[in-house]
Design a protein around this ligand. Structure first.
Ligand SMILES: [Cu+2]
Length: 831
């Protein structure tokens, strides 16, 4: 992309940002100018009601050069152009109203308190602001100054981040980065000028508070705004589990969430649906069951309600929905029962209107969508999480209910098959030549959508190598692909359909290119950029005045909504000078996307995945402006950094304790991104059965974390019985002829564990007496959705196998046979 010299309307924040103290006098003159303009523009009543064409349309654009080519119509003949024309025609003339009042300081007082909610059917702790979940909608007009007093009435620290806002770095609200956390009982003032407009939102950036209520709409009106009914729509999700427990469970890699969702993809389910080979291939490639989202939720919410009624709208009315996805980890499909939805803005920035049947809104994105109420009925605006487990509905209008149509369940084995094709044996995504893996053009998950690719059926032999039908949005250039007939009818929004009505070229400056691979390890829930967490990487120094171009490649199996604080970036999507401006980029698996922005600020700005649990595991970077003045909000930057880094360094405790008729087997682990401390034990009922424990600490190596060198200590005590034999004979000597020394072994050990295909862990070690041991084992083989099998065998002539039937998150019925302890049955506790 060539940079254009002129300073175009792109960088709305070109006007340098100052602290409010500095800005007040400057703003006064600006206010005067504004006022004058307002006075001049002060519409007569006739004028005010005079219809205006789309304010976003810049008529002069049509003769501009596009990518060096002179064109009369920049998008003649193109499907997108047709869509835009139609959308504009259908929107028709929209009245605008001008803000006549002077810009002013708008004050809000936010009281953050503990509360109890019953969203999931049980009373649970949540956090409310001014008694409300979501937090109250904060409304401003461009030119105002925001004065927001946060009164922390919690027993814990907090901080609020103003998502998508251009503001002085010290008010960005990232605790331990741009400010110190607001202490319990303290009041904190955020004061910044409103220098932009559009639909934004705000949320806690402190710990996991965002999951339990701390999200709300932040609306900045233009000084000339559309005069149609407008509704802030904040989407979110609720879990009855404490967010800390959600986070720990994800790291413990229990598959409890899959069981709750019905997506275990067990062997029985695979065989029953003719997908045995797919399942084996999946495990051969060392993957666990696949899913489009990590967490099971009990309820999905629109403005804090599962069913939200808005009966005031009448036939023929247009409504502007200002939608913000305030969910912690859920993407949402949006569908409307009353016809097409017209997308008019994203992340607070206008786009040329386009009509779609549905769109997916990534975590933390915003979209402005105009819908029409066709008749005096109640039309469903359906919000469905990406995993389609449940939904929430907004009802527009009154009268007979018109449903949008539930989204059918995902075809998980089709998804698993696709993943198998996409993943090589080294855990890398296979590069697909000739496929446009960018800007959401090709949604690989389409193979899982029955509404596009047809209902689930047994393994189709012909789809072995060719990609099944995909939906390509309305990009006809992909017509070579095998498209299912239904897909042509459903227009799904993708990023190539977003076009800014104005030029968004960056101001002139040196261009610096940065590249990041989005990386992750599903099995240990480690999420990184270039296989490094925030705490494992240095801040990325950037210079004021340069233009940064960032190329992102998603080499993980999940999509990630990458968010940049304090700046809008251009998404290079083929729209040339009119590339859309966003602050969140959803990037699908295998995609390579390019964004660029002008470095116009100072201070430290977070760039991170907005899936809360990915962010907390370290998926981000800090962009730091060189030679920034010290931030007065962070008096001790070293201490602040230590606290910030703790988020992804924090170890998680997990354990499994078997209490069976032949004794107790179990293990506890304390592990973080790379390190793992494990203690395992086998305690027989008597000395003949033996007592043994092994305690190890080690570090996982490599991005896939298949290799685990460790050191530790082994204690064995077993009364020797010369007559005892197992299937290998006496275990007095091991298979290498070395004396096992089981009656009294306490020695140091050093070893290497490695995860093999089929997720079998091979473990070779040597102890302080020179004795070798080689062991193979696997936990958690999913036989049915709740039945798990495990086995172990080693050269000490020990072996074991067992079954667990998972009753709930913490309890399982279990039985196992062990060469030392024999048969047993009982309970297994999982933590
Ligand atoms: Cu992510």
């Amino acid at each position: 992309m060539k940079l254009v010299k002129e300073k175009s309307g792109a960088n709305k924040k070109d006007a340098s940002r100052q602290t409010p103290a500095q800005i007040s006098p400057v703003f006064k003159t600006a206010d005067m100018r504004d006022m004058k303009m307002d006075d001049q523009k002060q519409p007569s009543p006739a004028e005010a009601s005079k219809s205006m064409a789309m304010p976003m349309t810049d008529k002069n654009d049509s003769a501009e050069t596009m990518g060096g080519m002179k064109m009369d119509d920049p998008y003649a003949g193109d499907a997108l152009a047709q869509n835009i024309r139609k959308a504009k025609a259908n929107l028709g003339p929209i009245k605008i109203t001008s803000r006549t009042r002077l810009p002013r300081t708008v004050r809000y007082d936010l009281y953050v308190t503990d509360t109890t909610v019953t969203y999931g059917g049980k009373p649970k702790r949540a956090i409310a602001v001014n008694g409300s979940i979501p937090m109250p909608t904060l409304t401003f007009t461009e030119g105002d100054t925001a004065e927001i007093y946060v009164h922390n009435k919690l027993k814990e620290e907090t901080a609020l981040h103003w998502h998508g806002l251009f503001l002085p770095n010290r008010y960005d609200g990232v605790p331990n980065l741009t400010q110190m956390p607001i202490k319990p009982g303290a009041t904190y003032l955020y004061r910044f000028p409103i220098i932009q407009h559009g639909t934004h939102w705000y949320h806690s950036h402190s710990g996991l508070q965002e999951q339990i209520g701390m999200y709300g709409a932040f609306i900045m009106n233009k000084r000339q705004e559309w005069d149609i009914p407008t509704l802030p729509v904040v989407l979110s999700e609720w879990t009855n589990m404490k967010p800390e427990e959600v986070n720990r469970s994800l790291h413990a890699a229990t598959d409890w969430f899959s069981i709750k969702k019905g997506t275990t993809q067990s062997y029985a389910e695979a065989i029953g649906s003719g997908n045995f080979k797919t399942k084996v291939t999946n495990e051969w490639k060392r993957m666990n069951a696949m899913d489009v989202s990590d967490v099971y939720y009990d309820k999905f919410l629109i403005n804090g309600k599962n069913q939200l009624e808005q009966p005031q709208f009448k036939a023929g009315q247009k409504v502007r929905l200002r939608i913000a996805n305030g969910g912690a980890s859920s993407y949402f499909w949006l569908k409307y029962a009353g016809g097409k939805m017209t997308v008019v803005a994203t992340d607070g920035n206008d786009v040329e209107p386009v009509e779609v049947d549905r769109l997916i809104i990534a975590v933390s994105e915003t979209y402005d969508v105009v819908v029409t109420i066709p008749d005096d009925k109640s039309y469903e605006f359906l919000v469905t999480p990406e995993d389609r487990t449940k939904s929430a509905s907004l009802w527009l209008g009154s009268g007979q209910k018109v449903y949008a149509g539930k989204m059918p369940k995902l075809k998980y084995f089709a998804g698993m098959k696709m993943m198998n094709d996409m993943m090589d044996m080294h855990g890398n995504m296979v590069q697909m030549d000739g496929m446009q893996m960018q800007n959401q053009i090709m949604d690989m998950n389409t193979v899982m959508y029955p509404e596009i690719t047809g209902p689930e059926k047994p393994e189709a032999p012909e789809s072995k190598t060719s990609m099944p039908a995909m939906q390509m949005g309305n990009d006809k250039s992909m017509s070579g692909m095998n498209m299912a007939p239904e897909s042509a009818d459903i227009v799904t929004l993708n990023y190539t359909m977003l076009r800014d009505p104005n030029k968004t070229t960056l101001p002139q400056g040196p261009v610096r290119e940065l590249k990041f691979d989005l990386t992750g390890n599903m099995n240990r829930y480690v999420w990184t950029l270039d296989n490094k967490t925030v705490s494992e990487s240095d801040k990325i120094l950037i210079k004021k005045g340069e233009n940064l171009r960032i190329i992102l490649y998603n080499n993980s199996m999940m999509r990630h909504p990458m968010h940049l604080h304090g700046h809008d970036f251009r998404v290079l999507n083929g729209q040339g000078d009119h590339a859309p401006l966003k602050n969140v980029l959803d990037i699908m698996p295998m995609e390579r996307d390019t964004i660029e922005f002008a470095a116009t600020e100072s201070g430290d700005w977070f760039f991170h995945c907005h899936i809360l649990y990915h962010m907390m595991s370290g998926m981000g970077r800090i962009f730091s402006y060189e030679n920034s003045p010290p931030n007065p909000e962070v008096p001790d930057p070293k201490l602040a950094q230590r606290k910030l880094f703790w988020d992804d360094r924090m170890p998680h405790l997990m354990g499994r304790i078997g209490l069976e008729s032949n004794g107790s087997d179990g293990q506890v682990m304390l592990s973080n991104t790379r390190w793992n401390a494990i203690s395992t034990w086998h305690l027989g009922l008597d000395a003949k059965m033996g007592y043994e424990s092994e305690t190890m600490i080690g570090r996982y190596i490599g991005r896939n974390q298949w290799l685990f060198p460790y050191v530790g200590f082994d204690y064995h005590y077993k009364q020797f019985d010369p007559d005892e034999k197992n299937i290998f004979g006496s275990d007095y000597r091991n298979m290498f002829g070395q004396i096992s020394n089981k009656e009294n072994r306490h020695t140091v050990v050093a070893g290497l564990a490695y995860t093999l295909p089929m997720l079998v862990v091979a473990d070779a070690r040597i102890d302080g007496n020179g004795k070798l041991r080689f062991q193979l084992g696997r936990e958690d083989i999913p036989l049915t959705s709740r039945l798990r099998m495990n086995f172990m065998i080693n050269t000490d002539k020990e072996y074991a196998a067992g079954f667990r039937y998972i009753v709930n998150k913490y309890f399982a019925l279990s039985t196992h046979y062990d060469s030392d302890m024999g048969f047993g049955g009982g309970l297994t506790l999982t933590y």
